[in-house]
Design a protein around this ligand. Structure first.
Ligand SMILES: [Zn+2]
Ligand SMILES: [Zn+2]
Length: 173
């Protein structure tokens, strides 16, 4: 079985990476062990999809949003794999799109709120929305616009659905 291991590098990158530059892979280099030319993130993402790799981290299991920071990939929980048949993510996510979606989020929000804000605005299946949501939260975190807050330690009232273990974020104003 062919192994496709995609490597993402940083080339002449500034300290702050704008979201659209991250999405487009402006300062990234992409290469695969199969030597297929991968000139940009679009091509690399498509190739990752073909070989069943996670579309956010392209199979590495970590996400690096700027040259100095990398962290685990939320979309695949670090496994680097995606379900077969995963729909190609809508890669053209602009900075204004991010701001628009961020403005809709409540002060305290979870992944499901981000998904709810994204769903009417983008095409693709639930998995595509989820991976964009994960990338968007990571971006807002790096920008210092949101912080991860721990799960609440109170018991919700009767009839209130609270799934423990779901991470929640707070907006910084
Ligand atoms: Zn390959
Ligand atoms: Zn991943």
């Amino acid at each position: 079985m062919d192994e496709h291991v995609i490597t993402i590098g940083w080339v002449d990158a500034p300290d702050e990476i704008a979201y659209h530059d991250y999405v487009e892979g402006t300062y990234n280099s992409f290469s695969c062990t199969c030597d297929l030319p991968l000139p940009d993130r679009d091509t690399a993402t498509r190739h990752a999809a073909e070989s069943g790799r996670c579309l956010m981290c392209l199979g590495s299991g970590t996400i690096s949003i700027n040259p100095h920071q990398s962290s685990g990939c939320d979309a695949c929980a670090g496994s680097g794999r995606s379900e077969p048949g995963t729909i190609m993510i809508q890669a053209r996510v602009t900075e204004s799109f991010v701001k628009e979606v961020a403005a809709l989020l409540p002060d305290e929000f979870g992944l499901c709120d981000v998904v709810a804000a994204l769903e009417p605005r983008m095409k693709g299946g639930a998995e595509a929305v989820l991976s964009v949501a994960a990338g968007l939260i990571r971006y807002l975190e790096v920008q210092g616009e949101v912080v991860l807050c721990t799960a609440p330690d109170f018991l919700p009232g009767e009839g209130v659905e609270q799934r423990y273990g779901d991470p929640l974020w707070l907006r910084v104003r």
